[in-house]
Design a protein around this ligand. Structure first.
Ligand code: URA
Length: 199
């Protein structure tokens, strides 16, 4: 059932030409991982390597994400990894509002299919998008990273655990320490019932 729904969604994304990115991408990056995952990691948009391979987080940021997952004994196949935008913005520029408006129904559909317990926005862009969509007060990612937020939705209770984008560790090595600590905190939440609430 989940597989069938995700296959159908994938076909729509593969042929999507709603915005200009559809014309310039090499491959759309739909997402990958377990459809039964409790955790959904959400990055910003594919970069060069992701566009080449059609897979999320396979470049330098992906190596860091792999290291972070390994740190808490998770494999990529155990979680699901997606992005706000499914196609690469040229020169890795920030996503534009119309691109986000046109593309995020795909992410919403992925959330409906997977029904994760925890959404993990990776980076400021994803954090702002998800907090705004779910009406959670937005502060700064430097304040909210590594904390669990809880929200009642029509799907039931959803949890949010914002983190810095793994790419920050490529230009600021101190951030890897923070990311490792935040992954440890996430791991603690995964081991017990999700009851801690911020916001
Ligand atoms: N950065 C992202 O936000 N997503 C990817 O898939 C790769 C790099």
């Amino acid at each position: 059932m989940k597989e069938k729904d995700m296959d159908e969604l994938s076909r729509k994304i593969q042929t999507c030409q709603q915005c200009d990115l559809g014309m310039v991408r090499k491959n759309p990056v739909i997402g990958e991982g377990s459809l039964d995952s409790k955790i959904l990691f959400i990055g910003e948009a594919p970069g060069f390597n992701e566009d080449q391979k059609g897979k999320p987080f396979v470049g330098r940021a992906g190596n860091i994400l792999n290291e972070l997952l390994e740190h808490i004994n998770l494999k990529r196949e155990d979680v699901y990894i997606a992005n706000i935008l499914k196609c690469r913005p040229p020169e890795n520029r920030n996503p534009k509002k119309n691109e986000v408006d046109l593309c995020t129904p795909f992410l919403d559909a992925q959330i409906d299919i997977i029904q994760p317990q925890i959404l993990v926005p990776l980076g400021n862009f994803s954090y702002r998008y998800l907090f705004s969509k779910y009406n959670i007060p937005i502060d700064k990612i430097s304040v909210d990273h590594g904390k669990l937020f809880k929200k009642q939705t029509i799907l039931g209770v959803l949890h949010f655990f914002p983190m810095y984008h793994p790419a920050v560790a490529t230009y600021n090595p101190n951030k890897i320490t923070i990311l490792l600590k935040d992954f440890e905190t996430l791991d603690n939440f995964l081991e017990k019932p999700l009851i801690s609430i911020h916001g």
